[in-house]
Write a protein that binds this ligand. Structure first.
Ligand SMILES: [Zn+2]
Length: 464
């Protein structure tokens, strides 16, 4: 045998992979992590003690003469002190607030508790707001895990849930009161100093599955598995509506044809059409965006309820969302030319180009000249013609582009997904009316970059 005889050529596919090696972990965390944690642990207790000390100083500063009753003005009588506590970022804080009582009105007050704005027996202060923040972003169970990983505080999901409910309720009540104020015909709002020339307003909605039962179910023990929830029945859905306000001047164009929005203000509600429009009206006033010359640009999908209520804005420009207009054309094109056919794409592209150029009348004329080949095709064509006919005055797309108003509600749809879908429409989620309302109120606060407003709201009591 010649030494030159060729070695069998190993085909890649026939060479087995090298044997897998079991991965190993470090024996312990790198030293720097250990040191950081040591310092944190070391100073947690001094911070806790320091907070207790500061609270005692506040107590000393207010414990002079007995306060007078708010109702009758009589001096109130001290009923002594009682051991109390609350959970802070640094652990359990003990305090002994004094209680005063008015004999005549039978009113009790604890000046220290009022001065601090603390909730005794609860998570309170900055920790409550941090837990709520986590609960607004991820499901409550996960939020409780994160609270431990991020702040070293051990709480259960119910504690996170409660923080969201109490702060959410405070936030929702504030928004409601502000809406009542701005929609009250007696409210006189001065003409804003520098109202914008135009404000774009859009609305989107979706359904949420609501709980059928009255109360939350509680596990009796940690390992009890609750039976699966029954499917949501018809009639147990509620619509969530999200409104978006933005200034055309604040739209940017990062690359040609791709518009994105820097600043948009969100408004949401679990309620009817009147409610979302009232809240939008209130928000636009609060922002100082509605001057006597401001044009409110309303982008809608053609739903009557939007146009009916848009009349509350004296100077307005109604726009039929361009993408809805095109989608309706697709329905006909798919039927006539076939799903995903080149002819359908070509037909719709030409139509889109003409609409964008503001030629809606000639498009309608062309549609009317089409000879259909089946009753189904005829029906879709008639739908399309009716849709364009009804909305023709809202389809001057060339003009809207020239004025910088934009032609689509993409910003609205993406905002709605951020407000609702990302947290409230995960698999198997079911909501109580109040629970959804409160969570939505907080999500909007966060997404509007206004979370710090919560520092200026007191937690509200909630029933159970
Ligand atoms: Zn009194």
């Amino acid at each position: 045998m010649s030494s030159k005889s060729p070695q069998p050529h190993a085909c890649r596919a026939h060479v087995g992979p090298p044997p897998a090696i079991e991965p190993t972990l470090l024996d312990e965390a790198p030293l720097v992590i250990q040191l950081e944690r040591e310092v944190e642990e070391e100073f947690r207790e001094p911070m806790r003690l320091r907070l207790e000390e500061k609270i005692r100083q506040v107590d000393d500063s207010i414990s002079g003469a007995a306060p007078r009753c708010d109702e009758c003005g009589d001096p109130m009588k001290s009923k002594g002190r009682k051991n109390s506590s609350f959970l802070s970022r640094f652990g359990k804080i003990n305090l002994r607030p004094r209680t005063y009582r008015c004999k005549r009105c039978k009113i009790r007050v604890r000046p220290l508790v009022n001065k601090l704005g603390v909730e005794l027996g609860c998570v309170s202060g900055s920790l409550a707001r941090l837990l709520a923040l986590l609960g607004v972003v991820v499901p409550y169970e996960l939020a409780a895990c994160l609270a431990y990983l991020m702040f070293g505080v051990k709480v259960n999901a119910m504690t996170v849930w409660r923080a969201v409910q109490r702060l959410g309720e405070a936030c929702e009540q504030y928004v409601e009161a502000q809406t009542r104020f701005h929609t009250d015909p007696n409210t006189q709002v001065p003409e804003p100093d520098s109202a914008p020339e135009a404000v774009v307003l859009g609305i989107d909605g979706c359904m949420l599955g609501m709980q059928v039962r009255e109360n939350r179910r509680h596990r009796q023990s940690a390992d009890e598995v609750l039976p699966e929830l029954p499917p949501v029945e018809d009639g147990h859905f509620r619509e969530v509506k999200t409104g978006v306000l933005l200034l055309p001047s604040q739209r940017t164009e990062p690359s040609p044809g791709r518009r994105s929005v820097i600043r948009r203000v969100l408004v949401t509600c679990l309620g009817n059409a009147d409610m979302i429009f009232d809240r939008l009206w209130s928000k636009i006033q609060e922002l100082g965006w509605l001057g006597t010359k401001t044009v409110v640009v309303i982008v809608g999908d053609g739903a009557e309820w939007i146009w009916n209520r848009a009349t509350m804005f004296a100077r307005r420009c109604e726009i039929l969302d361009f993408w809805h207009a095109i989608e309706c054309a697709w329905k006909f094109a798919r039927l006539r030319f076939g799903e995903e056919s080149k002819a359908a794409t070509k037909w719709v592209s030409r139509l889109a180009e003409d609409l964008r150029a503001g030629k809606v009348e000639s498009v309608i004329k062309r549609l009317r000249a089409i000879k259909t080949r089946s009753p189904e095709e005829q029906e879709k064509l008639e739908d399309l013609i009716r849709y364009y006919d009804t909305n023709a005055s809202r389809m001057r797309y060339d003009e809207y582009i020239r004025l910088g108003y934009g032609i689509g509600s993409g910003a609205v749809e993406s905002s709605h997904k951020q407000v609702v879908h990302a947290r409230l429409r995960q698999a198997g989620m079911r909501w109580s009316e109040d629970g959804a309302r409160r969570l939505l109120a907080l999500r909007v606060l966060l997404l509007n970059d206004n979370w710090s407003m919560l520092d200026r709201l007191m937690m509200k009591p909630i029933a159970a």
